[in-house]
Design a protein around this ligand. Structure first.
Ligand SMILES: *[C@@H]1O[C@H](CO)[C@@H](O)[C@H](O)[C@H]1NC(C)=O
Ligand SMILES: *[C@@H]1O[C@H](CO)[C@@H](O)[C@H](O)[C@H]1NC(C)=O
Ligand SMILES: [Cu+2]
Length: 143
């Protein structure tokens, strides 16, 4: 009897957990420091696990900075891509849509050269977002 209840609770949790994970985590880049100068974004990203479906939010005073998604060369040499538009709202949300390596820089002045750049690796989605099957209802026995 008690073991049935434990099984039911387990099934319930197993059905709920993937639904929570699938909504994606939100990362405020730099946490309280936000997106700015004098912050080590590689240290910030180190040890964090980014998955497809998670979001990055770059927060800064609008006009003071911007966000460009660049390739590896652009990241290393601080080259802003001519064709792409910068994100400039000061609350720029990027959904990590594909796995792989991603690079972001600020193109204002010498900010990128001074270290205002972020590199991270996006992992595939941790749990499939397909709806979990319903748990089998607990049926009392020997009543
Ligand atoms: C990287 O981006 C620059 C534009 O900023 C472009 O000229 C270059 O071809 C790109 N390199 C690769 C390997 O895609
Ligand atoms: C910033 O963006 C996030 C995610 O899109 C949103 O939840 C939040 O309300 C925004 N904050 C401000 C101050 O606009
Ligand atoms: Cu900047």
């Amino acid at each position: 009897m008690a073991s049935h209840l434990v099984f039911f609770v387990f099934m319930l949790i197993a059905a709920i957990v993937p639904a929570i994970r699938a909504t994606g985590k939100e990362f405020i880049v730099g946490d309280e420091a936000g997106w700015g100068l004098g912050f080590d974004y590689q240290a910030w990203a180190y040890g964090k696990k980014f998955h497809v479906g998670d979001k990055l939010v770059f927060q800064y005073y609008p006009g003071a900075h911007n966000v460009f998604k660049v390739n590896e060369t652009g990241f290393q040499n601080c080259i802003r891509p001519p064709a792409t538009e910068a994100l400039t709202t000061g609350n720029d949300t990027i959904v990590l849509a594909t796995p792989g390596r991603k690079w972001y820089i600020c193109s204002v002045g010498q900010h990128c050269k001074k270290g205002m750049k972020l590199f991270l690796t996006v992992l595939p989605q941790a749990v499939k977002s397909t709806p979990a099957p319903y748990a089998t209802p607990y049926t009392p026995q020997g009543v």
